[in-house]
Structure formats: C-alpha cells, structure tokens
Write a protein that binds this ligand. Structure first.
Ligand code: K7E
Length: 787
C-alpha cells in the first residue's frame, strides 16, 4: 500500500499534540482495552504499526457497524477446493463455503442421500468425480441484470456446470458435459439466462473414441466448440434435452461471454492455439507454449446462438452421445459461426454493458483490442469475409471489425465495467496492476498497483448490464509479503479497491486459503431473497416439501426386506426415536426432519464410527443411510451447532452380531488392504520403462517461467503391464512448456475424466510418479495448472 510521507508528517504532528498518549504506551502492540483515552489509543496503534492516514481511512471504510448491512455479496470460485466462497463487500468477510463437488461434512453435502443424488449427477461415464476446479461463477440474469435467483459455476478439470439456488446458497444440480473432456469458457449466461455457455478448452474426439495422436488425426477428428446449456427457469434446472453444442476446430477455445444489447443473440469465445499444435517435445518438437504461439493471430469465435437454436429446433443437428450437435459443416452452411482474428493467445473476452463493444486481451500482447458489434454485424450481413479457415469457416477482416486498440500494459487478462459510460478496468498480470481506461475513447485513465500477479478482477455487478462500479476486487495469485507465513501452500490475495473517485484507492487485503480461485461475481445484497430457515419438512435438493417429512408424534420404525426405515425427528435436544435395534449387516435409512424453526436450530446427526452423518438446518428433511457393518452399540449423535453442550437426548443404535456377515466383512477388509499394498508396491517399483529425453528436460529447465500447459496422453486399449497402471501413461513426464514438470511454484497436477479424481500437488522442482488407471480408451488431456 502506498504511504505518502506527507500523511506521515501529519500524523507525527497530531501525535506530537497528543504526546501524553504515546508516553503511556510501549512501541509495540499497545492495548486498546487498558487505555482510558480511545483517541490516544488509536493514534498509538497507528504509530506503532506505521500506519498512514490513508491506511486508517481504508480500515474504517471496510469496517461496517457491527450487525450493519453489507453492500454486496460475492461468490468466488474455490478453484481446486471445488467450492464457491461467499464473502461480503466492503468488509471482505467470508460468510460461507458452498460445496460444489467435493464431500463437505460441514454442510453434509455428499453425506445424506439427497445431496449424494446431486453429486452422482456429476459422474462422468460412470466414473465418480469427487473434486473439481471451479473457475467462473455467474449470476442468473433477467434483461441483462442480476435477478438474485440462481448462480452457476464451471468445473474446468472435469467438464461440468453447477447450479446453485440463491435462496439457500446450496448446489442443486450438476450437469456433466456429454462431449467435452474439459471446459474453460463457462459459466457465462445469456441476458435472460436462456443458456449457460460452456466452451471446451482441450480438443477431444466428440464421440470419445480413441484416435492415434498424430497431426492428421488431430485435425480431422479432434474438435473444440461451445455448449449451450438450456436453463429452464421454471424448474430452476438445466434442461439437458434442450441443450446443444456447436462444434469448432481444435483451436483450444478459451473464455467466453454472452452478447447483450447490441450483441444480443450472439456469444463470443476466444481461442488460444489456432496452430493446432499437439506437442511432442520428446520427439524434438517445440514446447507447448512455443508451439501454440507460432502464429501472430488466433481467432475469436462469434456464434449466432439464436439462429443455432432454430437450426436445432428444425431437427438439423446430429445426435451424439444423446446430445444435439451442430457439426462445423452445418455451422458453415447455416452461417452460425464466424471467426475474427485476435492477437495471439488471448485470454479474456468481455462484452460492454451496452453490448456494442467486445474487449479482448491476453498475456502476449500489451494491447486490449476493442471490437465493434455494429461493424461485425455489417460484415456478417454483407458476407464481407477476408478469408476462410481450413474447415471452411468464414474469417472476418480484423481491421474492419475493430473499434481500436489501447496499449494497457504487460499481460492484460480480464476486463470489468463501471457505472460510468466507457469506463473499464483490466487486470495486468505481469505488471501486477489494475488499469482503468476508456474503451470508447481508447485511452488509459489510471493505474493501481496490486500484490501480485492479478488474474481476474471484479467490479460490482461489473459483467452485467447494470454495473455499479464503486468497488473493485483484484483477484491476485500471489501473496508475497502480505500475510503471516503458513508453509509452502500460500493463500491468494483478494484486494478491495475503491473506484468511486477519479483515481483508484486500495482498501483491504484478504487472504483466501484455497487452491487457485479464479473469478468472482458480486451482487447487491438487496437483490437477494435468502431464506433464514427452511419451511418445515423441506428437502433442500428440491426446495419443496419432502414426501418423507413428518411432524412430532409421527416418528416410527419400519422394517422391510432391504433393511430398516426410521422416520425420525431432530431437535436441539436430540433424536426421536432414541433407540433403534438392528442386526449386523442391515442397512438403516434414517429419514429425519429437523423440527426446529428458529435460525439457530441447525443440528448435526451422525452415527459414531459408521461414517454416517449429515447436517440439518431448521426445517430440513433428509435421509442418512447407515450400513451397520459392525456389531455393538453406536451413539446416534445429535449436536446442536449453536450449543457447546451435547444433546442429552442422544440415541442408541444397537446391532446384534451376525457371524456369517462378520466373517465376510473381515475377508473384504483384508482383500481391500492387500489391494492397496499391491498398488503402493507397484507405484514404488523401478521397473517401469523410462520415457524421457534428456533434451526435453534440458529445454524445460531453461524455460524461464513455466506458466502451465497441457500434454496429451494416449490411453491405449492394450492391457496394462502392471495391475492398476497403464505403464505408458504412468511414465509420461508432464510439462508445462516442456515435458518435464519443473514448476516455479506449487502446482496441481491432475488428469481429467477417465482417470477419475486424481489430483496431486507438485512442489517446486519435484518429480512425481502418479499411477493412473485408465478405465477406458480414448485421448485424454493431462492438465497442469500453475496457480
Ligand atoms: Cu478465468 Cu483463471 Cu479460468 Cu484467467 S481463468 S485468471
């Protein structure tokens, strides 16, 4: 934070006048409570910490009156934590973690049967996925404005979209993309939330079939594209039957944005590797970064989704994997997809509030390019094309589509908009700055330094048609010198900046200890209609009354062929019925309703030692399944979340022993332990065939700053040489920028879909030997992300 010597001087003067206060206090940590003179105490604290007047004003600006209203609620992607973090502005206080994909025992997500059913929607071809890498949250919109009903977010690693209900801030639906192996350009909503846009990043075979990894096959069979997930507002869910995908060449489609106003009916998606480079550093070819940056230009994809909708409705799409797909040839014929050159390897594409201007920027060009939708539409209408790509897609003339370019600084990435006409903010990743500029008059207005390596940024409602400006948050990747040390896994840093005046002003630093959070969206809290408690008997997965909800006095235990069914009620005081007798080996379904009605009535229900639990906010009805694997007595725990004392009305589950079941269970446990040991021995073995060239690792070493990239692994149908490992895959060294992973900072290494939920942290210059089991054949991107 800047500290002017002038303000320091002012403070010295003021402190001189109140000299008595200083004399009372030591140089460090003056105690506020003990000081009878609050003003003196304040000044003493400022002096001892070296705070300027600016610092003190910033501190007060972010300190709401206790219990006072917050202006905005922000939803931030939790990155590899596979969650959404909700925090408020201007205090920057974290108020909730919303689980998205990973099990979360604080909320019971993935523990009760209702949320398990939601989690199961996220399986990909039968492979359960228990994590995600969330990137881009979005609020539902009506006429281009946030309406406070729903939020969406994408999982970049395993291509999925999540739907969150804003009444209770919980995940309600997971939609696994039927075609892609990854996504990045999602979730971006169209102005009436007609669709949630999801662009693929790493090309894949659309039918998921295996093809050899050679350029010819790549060009012919690998595809990228953009999925339009149809949102049914009435149902509050994505209607997969009415969703469709427009295929695009394997150019690595990146971020997207929906057109609005002037550009309503269109969507925009960047691409970052029109070279169609497939890697192969071990064969003496250039590393990915170089291979994908050979050409000066990549292509912005402009989709006419209104027309595409009609083409699908007319039955012209092809059904692939149960999903309507528009092949490139059809897109060419129907004039649905256009390309416009953009400076190489762009990242963010952001549409202005009136929809007329489209701002594109990327780390390899110091300029932002501003395209004009009026000109684009004229070019499309006049069929004024400069060229066609190898797939026959029309390419618009770059100069003719451009409004202009502005030199913003090093590494411009993402853009947000202000309430004031023409004013935008762009993150400068390399300069570690936010630049305020005028995208109409094409000039820079102000710059603000941040700490450090800013990725996204967000202004209040800054991607909607009703941007507020006022505050801006720099979403920084690094936290050098900002927070207390916590070991090698550093937090990231969200810095709150005031943008009310002509110049920007830093207000607050907030550490976010998660994987790599990306984008954030902030909504006026007055727009939200959050519920304090659930209506009695609500199943949160449907937000309707559960058919299993009961009232006090209706508790009962039923027995069936498949096990025991307990209809129970919970209160802060405990569970009814309090005693449940079963036989070892039986499954007990606890259908429980929390009868509490006041906001502090959340309880946790669990069965000690049997890995069964969920969390019940007031009014919730949910089902906890308990497989009683062991004999004996088990406590039915009810913990009132607002109360330090254990509920006196805890229950007991008694299980009579079953010798036959017990024998079988012991055998199963022993077999599972033996399998784990075998796998560990297999991973530790040194007899794998080495596949690594010295030249390749040398090249990666000399690469100054690896920034992430991807390799393509070929999972062949040949049987594995070792149980549990496809040898070839397991020994492919990973990149970025080369074929050996030499990360300058902690990185997450993981494979996508078929290997399932594999995720591993790779420390600086470390070597890992992940052992993947390829569950089926195909071509699978290996992701390496460097926060
Ligand atoms: Cu939006 Cu982080 Cu996915 Cu740029 S990406 S930072």
């Amino acid at each position: 934070m800047k500290r002017s010597s002038r303000s320091k001087l002012t403070w010295l003067l003021v402190l001189g006048l109140c000299g008595g206060a200083l004399a009372l206090l030591g140089r460090t940590s003056p105690g506020v409570a003990q000081n009878p003179d609050p003003k003196g105490a304040l000044l003493a604290i400022a002096e001892s910490r070296g705070l300027s007047t600016d610092d003190m004003v910033s501190a007060v600006a972010t300190y709401p009156k206790p219990g006072g209203d917050e202006e905005y609620l922000c939803l931030n992607s939790g990155g590899q934590a596979s969650s959404i973090v909700a925090y408020t502005v201007p205090s920057m206080r974290i108020v909730k973690y919303i689980p998205i994909s990973a099990p979360d025992s604080a909320t019971g997500f993935h523990y009760d049967e209702e949320s398990r059913a939601i989690a199961a929607q996220g399986s990909i071809q039968g492979q359960e996925i228990t994590w995600g890498d969330t990137h881009h949250p979005a609020f539902s919109e009506t006429a281009g404005r946030y309406d406070g009903d729903f939020a969406f977010i994408n999982d970049k690693a395993n291509p999925r979209i999540f739907v969150v209900d804003l009444r209770d801030l919980e995940t309600k639906q997971i939609v696994a993309n039927p075609i892609w192996r990854s996504n990045h350009g999602g979730a971006f909503v169209t102005p009436n939330t007609e669709y949630v846009i999801e662009a693929a990043q790493y090309p894949s075979t659309v039918d998921h079939k295996y093809v050899p990894l050679e350029q010819g096959y790549f060009n012919k069979y690998m595809r990228g594209g953009i999925t339009f997930n149809r949102f049914d507002r009435e149902a509050g869910r994505i209607d997969t039957k009415r969703s469709f995908t427009i295929l695009a060449p394997p150019y690595m489609q990146d971020l997207s944005d929906a057109g609005k106003g002037e550009s309503y009916g269109y969507s925009f998606t960047n691409s970052l590797c029109s070279e169609r480079y497939i890697g192969g550093i071990e064969k003496g070819r250039p590393p990915f970064e170089a291979g994908c940056s050979a050409r000066d230009m990549d292509y912005m994809h402009v989709v006419d989704w209104k027309k595409a909708e009609q083409v699908v409705a007319a039955g012209k799409a092809t059904r692939i994997r149960g999903h309507d797909v528009i092949p490139i040839e059809l897109a060419v014929k129907e004039r649905l997809l256009f390309l416009i050159p953009e400076p190489k390897s762009p990242h963010g594409v952001d549409v202005s509030p009136d929809g007329r201007y489209i701002v594109v920027s990327g780390k390899l060009d110091t300029h932002a390019s501003v395209y004009d939708m009026v000109k684009i539409k004229q070019l499309i209408e006049a069929e004024d094309f400069a060229d066609h790509d190898p797939y026959g897609l029309p390419i618009l003339d770059y100069r003719k589509a451009l409004h202009g370019q502005v030199q913003l600084g090093l590494g411009p990435l993402h853009t947000q908009f202000d309430r004031r006409d023409g004013v935008a903010y762009t993150s400068l990743f390399i300069d570690s700055q936010v630049v305020k500029w005028d995208y109409k008059e094409l000039r820079v207005l102000d710059k603000q330094s941040v700490h450090y390596n800013i990725g996204h940024l967000v202004s209040m409602q800054g991607d909607s048609q009703g941007p507020r400006g006022k505050y801006l948050i720099a979403l920084n990747k690094l936290t050098i010198d900002r927070f207390a040390g916590v070991g090698p896994l550093h937090p990231q840093n969200h810095q709150l900046i005031s943008v009310e005046g002509d110049t920007m002003r830093m207000l607050y630093d907030m550490p976010l200890p998660m994987g790599e959070p990306h984008y954030t969206v902030c909504i006026d809290t007055a727009t939200l209609r959050l519920e304090d408690v659930y209506a009695p008997g609500t199943d949160p997965s449907t937000m309707a009354r559960s058919p299993h909800a009961i009232e006090a006095g209706e508790e009962r235990i039923e027995r069936g062929d498949s096990g025991v069914l307990v209809y129970g009620t919970l209160t802060r005081k405990g569970i009814t019925p309090a005693q449940v007798d079963v036989q070892q080996g039986e499954t007990v379904l606890f259908r429980l309703t929390n009868l509490e009605t006041d906001p502090n009535g959340t309880v946790e229900f669990s069965v000690a030692g049997l890995d069964a639990m969920s969390v019940f906010p007031p009014g919730k009805t949910g089902t906890v399944a308990v497989r009683v694997t062991q004999p004996g007595l088990f406590a039915l725990r009810v913990e009132a979340v607002d109360n330090p004392f254990p509920a006196r009305g805890f229950g007991l589950l008694s299980a009579r022993p079953d010798a036959a079941f017990d024998r079988q269970r012991r055998q199963e446990v022993a077999a599972a332990q033996a399998a784990r040991k075998r796998l560990a021995a297999s991973a530790a073995a040194t007899s794998f065939r080495r596949w690594r060239s010295k030249e390749a690792s040398g090249r990666a070493e000399s690469s100054p700053k690896p920034r992430g990239g991807k390799g393509l692994s070929t999972a062949s149908t040949r049987s594995a040489k070792r149980p549990g490992c496809v040898t070839r895959t397991a020994t492919v060294p990973l990149l970025p920028g080369g074929n050996t992973l030499i990360a300058s900072r902690p990185a997450t290494l993981n494979s996508t879909v078929p290997f399932g939920s594999v995720s591993r942290l790779v420390r600086r210059k470390s070597t890992v030997s992940p052992c993947f089991t390829s569950t089926w054949a195909g071509v699978i991107p290996l992701r390496v992300s460097v926060p």
